[in-house]
Design a protein around this ligand. Sequence first.
Ligand code: TXA
Ligand code: MG
Length: 310
Amino acid sequence: MTRILAADRAGIARAAEVLRAGGLVALPTETVYGLAADAGNAAAVARIFEAKGRPAFNPLICHVADRAGAARLAGISPLGDVLIDAFWPGPLTLVLPKRGDAPVANSVTAGLETVALRAPAHPAACALLAAFGGPLAAPSANPSGRISPTTAAHVAADLGDVVDLVLDGGPCPVGLESTIVGIAGARATLLRPGGIVAEAIEAAIGRPLERTGGAIVAPGMLSRHYAPHARLRLEATAPRADETMIGFGNVPGDLSLSPSGDLAEAAANLFTMLRAADAAGKPGIAVAPIPGHGLGRAINDRLRRAAASS
Ligand code: TXA
Ligand code: MG
């Protein structure tokens, strides 16, 4: 049986002990559940890669409490500070030049000269970072390539036998992973759309984000990802006989991401509904069209990866 503890004082204290002993803790964040380990402990970090079946070339995000925690790991340019001031704590990850003396295992960054950092806003994640007192490496708590978890039950079902403790903080309110922005001096590049919409970031920096033009710059952005077992058909307006339909707005379905067409509600429901549609057992899942602006950009990104055949 997986140990699941409520993310209360006792649960947080126990989780910090597990982390100090080199264990793995699944922790709630505002985006998705993360699979956390002490970023400075190479053996603990190795357990993350093993538990997820994650290729060693794919680096992990380090979670820190605040800007001061980030500054111990990376050089932060004035542009980085603008984004930290505007969006931390919250679902924005910054890829920054790694400090030579950063106290993280080399495997966390897969040997890169950069490190991905984020200060999560979820109260349980904040409390655990405070109790632990150092950076936590934490990818999403799913087997590599599969759907990210947004509840403690998802984690227990997927990784229950390999995680030492699951902290249950309820369903994740954002439901999609963080937006990742690469900072190189005065340049800011969108590496992964996510919980903070690109439009808000562009408003904060006063200019458009640079785009990667399809090159894989975040090593984890392989095209097939977030995959359900059923085959996925996008931009569908009605299901075929062998499909479970996920609707949106005025396109109805067996499930609906948001009957009112609200993109934040759709993001929060996306991974749970993909899992539910998969569990319905039909060979196919059809998904209604989702608008391409705001959070729709990240939703469509995840749907396209889930539908990709390789
Ligand atoms: O919301 C989130 O970001 C969640 C929660 C748990 O914080 N975490 C998450 O981690 O989504 P993960 O490992 O599933 O995705 C992290 C992505 C991967 O695509 C990885 O390749 C990229 O971040 N990444 C990490 N370090 C990087 C670096 N130094 N340069 C470029 N990409 C990096
Ligand atoms: Mg992931």
